[in-house]
Ligand binder design. Sequence first.
Ligand SMILES: Nc1ncnc2c1ncn2[C@@H]1O[C@@H]2COP(=O)(O)O[C@H]2[C@H]1O
Length: 319
Amino acid sequence: RSTSVKQSSLSFFYVIPLGTNGGLDENNLSSYLLTSINNSIPNSAYISLDGGTIRHGIEIAIKQQSLPLNTDKEIFIREQIKAYLISHGHLDHITGFLINTPNDKSGKFIIGLNQTIKIIRDHYFNNQAWADFGSTGLKTYDYQILDPLSTIPAPIVNTDLDVRIFRLCHTCPFLSSAFLVSRRNQPSASILYLGDTGPDDVEKIIQVDQTTYSPRYLSQLWKEMAPLVAANQLKAIFIEVSYPNGRPDHLLFGHLTPNWLLKELNVLKSYHSMENVKIIVTHIKPENGAREKIIEQLSRGDALHFNFVFPQQGQAIWL
Ligand SMILES: Nc1ncnc2c1ncn2[C@@H]1O[C@@H]2COP(=O)(O)O[C@H]2[C@H]1O
């Protein structure tokens, strides 16, 4: 069973995975370029969803002809990546971006939750871990802090895309986030990109009186996505599966397995059939045949209700 992600005249978005793994391999860490498609042609203005691996991913994308063979990667990074949307502050989601900052063009936004921007500002752009390329220093970048409680999409400057943000738990109470990216022009369409997240049933805050409280951010997110699925507007969900089944809950470190993913996706499916939404599986930890096991575990039983896509570095996805 395979889900087509090839060029189609019905495509709305063009995605180039610059990095697809959930750690360990520094050449292939979470990062997805996204642009809109008009008249079957990808727009030249991209955003980067997370920034784990940038330059090496672009080299692979050029070799795979997902970008034109004559693309100059320096110019591409400077001119065609218009904004960095960072889901959380962990290094595997941001190193490629950070390493390329000295040569970047000014006027771009780093977009995320207040908590994520604070990590970038205080722990990376602090003139100790790295030079301050942010708005308090060299001003290459501005910060665009998004409010997770706002329902109004915010424009991404220099693109035809808008974005909303949602909170996720990645080892409670540490926050990660999801981005709902929508085309501003007609016809409208959206994709949902989730950073690292644990399952609602596992992510709990232990309170001072030792009772536990569960924020259940995924269940809130699925409720918000249901109308978009019903309207056939949500084209894809990028969501993590870090480990194969069998990983004990106390060693999940804020991540999903195939069974936990299916449990979460079944909540969304309880609102509406998911046959028109591609589920793009991100952040597999590259160890012990995990990728093969996860693909196998998402190819039977309940998984048959969903269209899973396993992205490869540099290979374009048409959505
Ligand atoms: N308590 C822990 N013990 C060992 N490894 C951990 C622990 N917490 C987090 N990690 C690892 O640190 C990584 C940080 O990035 P990730 O969340 O992708 O995955 C995490 C795990 O691989």
